[in-house]
Design a protein around this ligand. Sequence first.
Ligand code: BG6
Length: 508
Amino acid sequence: MTENQSPQTKPDPCSFVIFGVTGDLAHRLVVPALYNLAATDLLPDNFCVVGIARKAMSTDALRDSLMEGLRQFATRPVDDAIAGRLLECLTCTEADPKDPSSFDKMREQLEKLEAARKTGGNRLFYLATPPDAFASISKELGRTGLLKEEKGAWRRLVVEKPFGTDLASARALNSELLKIIDEQQIYRIDHYLGKETVQNILVLRFANGMFEPIWNRNHIDHIQITVDEQLGVGHRGSFYDATGALRDMVHNHLFQLLSLVAMEPPTRFDAYSVRSEKAEVLSAIQTQSEADALKNSVRGQYQGGRIGDTDIPDYLKTEDVKPNSTTETYAALKLTIDNWRWAGVPFYLRTGKALGIKRTEVAIKFKQAPFAMFRDTPVDRLSQNYLVISIEPTEGIMLQFNTKVPGPTINVDGVEMKFRYKDYFKAEPATGYETLIYDCMIGDNILFQRADSVEAGWQAVQPFLDAWKKAGAKGLESYKAGSEGPAHAEELLKRDGRSWRKLAARID
Ligand code: BG6
């Protein structure tokens, strides 16, 4: 810890109730994150974990299964003593919203545990289930009074993505939840906000005086947000085929990046101010007509290919994918933001599976120098000025600018100034969920989505969802696994006289 870091305090005593504890998310991310918090002494002293399964399972069997998960997915070597202490706090209980009496029994058990563990009645319910269970579980939690804040005890509900599948379903889910609990008690998770570099966007913009004066339409030509993945859909065919890239990635992860880059400076670094500015900018994304949405988007589906040592099958031959599916595995969009700061500055977003490399970045392209004073020299083209915030695989920031090539004539070339996190800071590898879970326990919802911003995001993507649904296979382009994506994605920028940053431009 450096002298500028403040020590973290332990959260209040509480019980941590995980719905969907037998699933992938709990094994791969939630429990490994709890383990990392335990290893850094950031779990409450009085604490218990209650794993909720729909079918009967013994606590011992659940402990074994989560231990196996830890061995496979922990981000640091597993210390048996720490893992043992964590799993010793765990109890497995049944509850199925189809059988309301199971929730009444669960309540009794929870209250006994709370008394034994002296958790003071503080409860965090984590819905690590498929999204179609969110409403029914919350309803039961509401009916049994488990979410009611009383006698000084807090009650919180963590909801995973995807939050709704379109604008109407997100509004319906928000309205169901808000009948049961207050907005302040809801923590809508987007794991991108647990990434250090994503949080750093706010620090870069607002803790440095030099960026904000040029962060607007006078100096910025356009912004590119890229989330390229190498992995195909793998075993998630059933979820993915009903979801697609727009719902799986754009509405949440890419919009989080967009809102942090484009929001106005909040007056204070608190949940209300930051979340209000994020919601405001998302609601300023121009809602396009379906015709414009088709013009301003490209969607693709991958065909088989080889990436590194892995053979990726055609998307259409993936397990649980419909053989005639028109679900997009790649999406590129051009969006505009209707406010003074961003008028005339396009935001180009792209994301896809089975692409040539893994890369997550935000690239801010500045306008060219206004006067070509080097025109009578051998310099015919200046390189572009980019500020790139790299989130994966390298965490860092790069500034690309022009410099004179040494020699008797004026030759100019683009060079890069790079900052890499790992060169400056030593951080244990983490799942990204640690900060988020810790924040839920201390009641800080700055990194969680509020109802209005979720709905504003759906409002912006809805015309694309509608237009693509109507168009079906028409306009859905194939691309080869391992490539840069559909050829037309390039057109989206080319017709504006611009181009995407190439795969090779990734910051390493
Ligand atoms: C998840 C999506 O939310 O994010 C996945 O459901 C995707 O399809 C993943 O692969 C990407 O996360 P990351 O942190 O690897 O960029």
